[in-house]
Design a protein around this ligand. Structure first.
Ligand SMILES: Cc1cc2nc3c(=O)[nH]c(=O)nc-3n(C[C@H](O)[C@H](O)[C@H](O)COP(=O)(O)OP(=O)(O)OC[C@H]3O[C@@H](n4cnc5c(N)ncnc54)[C@H](O)[C@@H]3O)c2cc1C
Length: 389
């Protein structure tokens, strides 16, 4: 039976829980709020299926050479506004629905924690759009995906690379009608810290809506926007305590500090999406601060999916090396911060306002002034030359 001794070697993907034929595994949060498998020994029959499906017990050699890299954005302005970068996900998702398929992605639950949910209609799809900076609980999604695939339905599954590895480990078989899309991921922050952040700064208020990457100040300066029954809160994301502590490596999941799923140029997914950070160097003429995506296509299946939506995108092809120059998180894992242990040792006994101020303050204001001057100077020399397809 699975036994996580080293927390660096479990991403919480839940493949073990999904495969267990006796439902002997449940995913329970540890003291940092991250879920890990817990075995009910009375139910376990020692079949070891859980060990076999675990992505940490398998070699993940990406099977294909990379096909191509695209930089682009969704031509529909409303959809583009709603997406975290260029809103490419919503196009892939709509295409899946039009083909009679099902889309799996991350949605908020009633407490604004995150779980994997499915959409079979454009209305249901709305809840899956946008980046949620928390670990999404997979629950029984892999079982559901398998059922749809066995019934010959198309499935689009979007998640972190470790979740895609979990799904593939669970399925143990390639399905033509399954499209897997991951994204460049800097790590997954603790759901417990998020819960306490909300309770601390919005006490007694009912949360109505959260947007971790609102574009109200533009895409480059993403904002954390929270609507409650009493206020509309919106602040430059990088200067909030929540994101600042995340960037300092204080509370990402331990395994994210050395992510084994992003060691390769090619990925286990069919397509990887990301923000097109650094686009001023290779697609400045497409950057109107409304959101631009990198679409990294790993294989024929990914290419076919891209071709099916390309007439709804303004795009151009770019070399992989150029994209990666601006978005090093493709390979890079954010190490655990030097104050991570200290932060967690004080966590339980501290007043959270004091704790957040002590550890999560940001010096982002100074960096932002420098960046604004740099971008304005570049804008003066920018030429517009690109085609919309
Ligand atoms: C935790 C996290 C860290 C990220 N880090 C980076 C980064 O360092 N660099 C970078 O370039 N891009 C990063 N991204 C990706 C980026 O924010 C966009 O999600 C991506 O570019 C796709 O944008 P879009 O506009 O096409 O689609 P969107 O509409 O934004 O779609 C995002 C998709 O991801 C799914 N999703 C959202 N949150 C989660 C979650 N917590 N777990 C699993 N699936 C989720 C949604 O269901 C949706 O399918 C990160 C995203 C997340 C969630």
């Amino acid at each position: 039976m699975i036994n996580v001794k080293n927390r660096l070697k479990c991403s919480g993907c839940s493949a073990c829980m999904n495969i267990c034929p006796h439902d002997a595994i449940s995913m329970k949060p540890d003291k940092e709020g991250f879920i890990y498998p817990v075995i009910d020994k009375n139910k376990c029959i020692n079949c070891n299926k859980c060990i076999r499906v675990c992505p940490y017990n398998n070699e993940w050699e990406p099977p294909h050479d990379m096909q191509k890299c695209i930089v682009g954005y969704n031509l529909n302005p409303d959809e583009r506004e709603a997406g975290s970068s260029g809103a490419i996900f919503s196009l892939l998702a709509m295409q899946t629905l039009e083909d009679g398929g099902v889309v799996f992605g991350a949605a908020y639950d009633k407490d604004f924690m995150v779980f994997h949910s499915k959409a079979e209609t454009p209305e249901q799809l709305k809840s899956l759009i946008g980046s949620k900076y928390l670990q999404s609980r997979i629950e029984t999604s892999y079982r559901q995906v398998q059922e749809y695939l066995q019934n010959n339905r198309k499935v689009l599954f979007v998640g972190t690379t470790c979740q895609i590895a979990g799904l593939k480990g669970y399925l143990r078989k390639d399905y033509d009608q399954l499209l897997c899309v991951d994204f460049v991921c800097l790590g997954i922050p603790s759901p417990l810290v998020w819960k306490d952040y909300l309770v601390t700064y919005f006490p007694g208020e009912t949360i109505i809506h959260v947007n971790f990457k609102s574009k109200s100040r533009g895409w480059h300066t993403f904002s954390l926007a929270i609507d409650t029954d009493k206020q509309h809160f919106s602040k430059d994301g990088k200067s909030t305590f929540f994101f600042s502590g995340y960037f300092k490596g204080l509370y990402s999941r331990p395994c994210c500090s050395d992510c084994i799923f992003k060691n390769n140029k090619n990925r286990i997914s069919d397509i990887t999406l990301s923000d097109s950070w650094g686009c001023e160097e290779f697609a400045a003429e497409m950057d109107d601060n409304k959101g631009l995506s990198n679409i990294i296509i790993h294989n024929d299946k990914g290419d076919k999916a891209f071709l099916s939506i390309k007439n709804k995108i303004c795009y151009k092809q770019v070399e992989f090396e150029k994209i990666i120059e601006g978005n090093k998180n493709y390979y890079y894992s954010l190490p655990m911060g030097s104050r991570r242990d200290e932060f967690w040792s004080e966590y339980d006994g501290s007043e959270k306002k004091v704790l957040f101020r002590k550890y999560c303050s940001s010096n982002y204001g100074i960096k932002k002034v420098y960046r604004t001057i740099k971008l304005s100077l570049k804008g003066l020399f920018r030429k517009r030359k690109y085609d919309c397809f």
